[in-house]
Design a protein around this ligand. Sequence first.
Ligand code: HSE
Length: 403
Amino acid sequence: MIKVAVMGHGVVGGGVTEILLKNAESIAKKVKQEIYIEKVLDLRDFPDSPISDRFTKDFNDIISNDEISIVVEVMGGLKPAYDFVKQCLEKGKSVVTSNKELVAAKGAELLAIAEKNNVNFLFEASVGGGIPIIRPLHQCLSANNIEKINGILNGTTNFILNKMINDKMSFEDALALAQEKGYAERNPAADIEGHDACRKICILASLVYGTHVYPDSVHTEGITKVSLTDVEYASKWGGVVKLIASARISAKDNTKQEIMVAPMFVSRDCQLSNVDGVYNEILVRGDSSGSVGFYGRGAGKLPTASAVVADVMDCVLHKDERRDIMWKDGNGENVVPYEEYENAMYVRFSADDEQTALAKANEIFGKCDVIEKIDATADTAIVTPELSYADFVEKSKKFAELC
Ligand code: HSE
């Protein structure tokens, strides 16, 4: 029998204990022994839980119990999760987490501590909820140089955009519904301002490029400025607005990466345009495999918990050996500054003399695509040719002065 502790009994933690109890028999068969939940740490009381007698409010009941060899951290946030996880690893306990904030902020350090103590630190559930992505990138695609990753990595914002596009629901109502369904973070600003997606692309980039990418090196925009007008223009253009997290090898220096999170127009030809609701999809292009897609539920109790429990099972099966997931620490030098990224830009403006303004736009930005108007009195919307962000900012100023 292997004894585990679960720190946190929120949405995901509740799912972890539920799966470990309901699937106990089949799980035991697969790992060739029983996995017993020895302790659950939470400050709240859960008198209705079938294991209510195993709840504790004291971390010491876990760290000082030498029979507990695997600890699941599903508390979220950095405090006290970072301190607790570090102590567990230092004490020789393997740790499984779904906490993307923790892995994005402290991954390199915690992986090094796990290596030093010959234990595992696994985090499949930290990206894409129930979608297998960490293991496939680390193992199945490991013979490739990963040229780029483009993904919808936040279920809450995808759910909100979808409700706005299909049901014309207001942003606020759609967010409230996402919270009710348990998709959103405790502080939903992390979802709507793009930080959650940023943490996840940082984890994927750290894993595939081997150097820790910290969130503050990554240009991050959320969806709070996306209006119904933009959504309608995206449709006229031939696509949808999606919050895209991307990482690609720089064309100018293959030792560096361009990593960003921003709302983008996604053409209807691209698979990502069809990702609805809380689903996530991650498209990965390897130099040998070509494009590979990973699709599934990116948030929610049982999908995320299933990835956590699978990591626990992996720890049981590899009890006295280490999964060799590692990356070195980084200082941001491997991330190209955002000002240098080249992208086509969507611009919306109003001008008294529209034809003259359009002629100036073509002169300043280069030949732009003009999107058909959503109605006669609406703003004019264009898409510029690809240009660097620094160039775009400078040219936009010039354009605003001339209009
Ligand atoms: N708030 C996150 C999301 C939860 O909406 O994707 C899963 O990480």
